[in-house]
Design a protein around this ligand. Structure first.
Ligand code: NAP
Length: 308
């Protein structure tokens, strides 16, 4: 029986593991088949404190992992399939046929990029349509691409893509971005970036063998439709919390974020804690995720002490 099992390997999960390991609680962390969380699909992180020159997202996650492992965190690279609350209040975590038991569980499954929801998006996914400029930008050297969205992610993706693409056009459904001022300014100053306001992608067109050739843009002002030739479509329209594992077990808000007691990581199930983007519809920053990971480890430690 483990003291603590942590599910998820973003900044929240690794920070929870670091604190639990340093408290001598020998945590086990399930890092999933795609470890590292959202920072592994980003490039320069300039706003994580302690890195005055910035740090690459994947590198930052390797540092998080190394620090947690140094103090004895055990790691399993599997996706967790099921979480069961046992009759005695302990937990069974099932992954790829293996059952692990624990007195407490910390949930840190994070969030995943949202899709546009078009059939044509599905058909061309990975063949000209992407939700990750860091992963796929390289394939668009000298090409023309669009980025859909008006938040910080869209600004970041658009700027990053100018390293490769001949042109980047941001398509946004309103007439103002919701991105932070500094990101907006950087974007508007970039000569390779244009913006099409008040428009949504209604259809992605291409040849079925797997090549995008254009999009149909729908005006959110007058409903008109315009064709735009393009080689690539990057969606940067926000994220969905990965709370499927605890649906029915925990209270979720209307967007699927796990509800915790405000100011803590406590869920409605004693011994079950949630941290990071899984429970945070507001801030969703690496540093806030890490902070709540710390809170979850301290809450779990206190819970374990109270049961001794
Ligand atoms: P976000 O702030 O929720 O922005 C999503 C954008 O996509 C919004 O502009 C939204 O339009 C648009 N959108 C949503 N659904 C759409 C749809 N179906 N079709 C077309 N457009 C759609 O998400 P985010 O940009 O991923 O940022 C999430 C959080 O991470 C934020 O707190 C952000 O500050 C943070 N972040 C920070 C950095 C950084 O500081 N380096 C980088 C990335 C993200 P509306 O504006 O009309 O709602």
């Amino acid at each position: 029986m483990r003291n603590i099992i942590i599910i998820g390997s973003g900044p929240a999960g690794w920070t929870a593991a670091l604190y639990a390991a340093r408290a001598d609680l020998a945590p086990l962390l399930f890092e999933g088949l795609e470890p590292g969380g959202q920072l592994t699909t980003t490039t320069d992180v300039e706003n994580f404190p302690g890195f005055p020159k910035g740090v690459l997202g994947p590198e930052l996650m390797e540092l998080f992992a190394a620090q947690a492992k140094r103090f004895g965190t055990d790691v399993i690279r599997e996706d967790v399939k099921r979480l069961t609350v046992n009759k005695d209040g302990t937990f069974t975590v099932t992954a790829a046929g293996n059952d692990e038991q624990a007195k407490t569980v910390i949930l840190s499954m994070g969030a995943t990029a949202r899709r546009l929801g078009l059939e044509s998006e599905k058909a061309f996914y990975g063949k000209g349509v992407s939700a990750c400029a860091t992963c796929d930008g390289f394939f668009f050297k000298g090409k023309d691409v669009i980025v859909v969205g008006g938040g910080d992610s869209a600004m970041e993706e658009a700027n990053f893509l100018t390293r490769f693409a001949a042109s980047v056009t941001i398509v946004h459904r309103r007439d103002a971005f919701r991105a932070s001022k500094i990101m907006q300014e950087r974007t508007m100053k970039n000569p390779k970036i244009k913006v099409i306001w008040n428009s949504e992608v209604a259809e992605i067109m291409g040849v079925l063998a797997g090549k995008v050739t254009g999009v149909k843009l729908h005006s959110t002002v007058d409903g008109s439709i315009a064709d735009m030739p393009i080689d690539g479509v990057f969606a940067a329209i926000g994220h969905e919390p990965n709370s499927g594992l605890v649906k029915g077990l925990l209270d979720l808000d209307e967007k699927g974020y796990v509800k915790v007691t405000p100011g803590t990581s406590k869920t409605k199930v004693p011994g079950l804690f949630a941290c990071g983007d899984l429970q945070d519809p507001h801030y969703r920053q690496a540093v806030t995720a890490a902070g709540t990971g710390c809170m979850a480890a301290l809450d779990a430690e206190k819970y374990l002490a109270s049961r001794e």
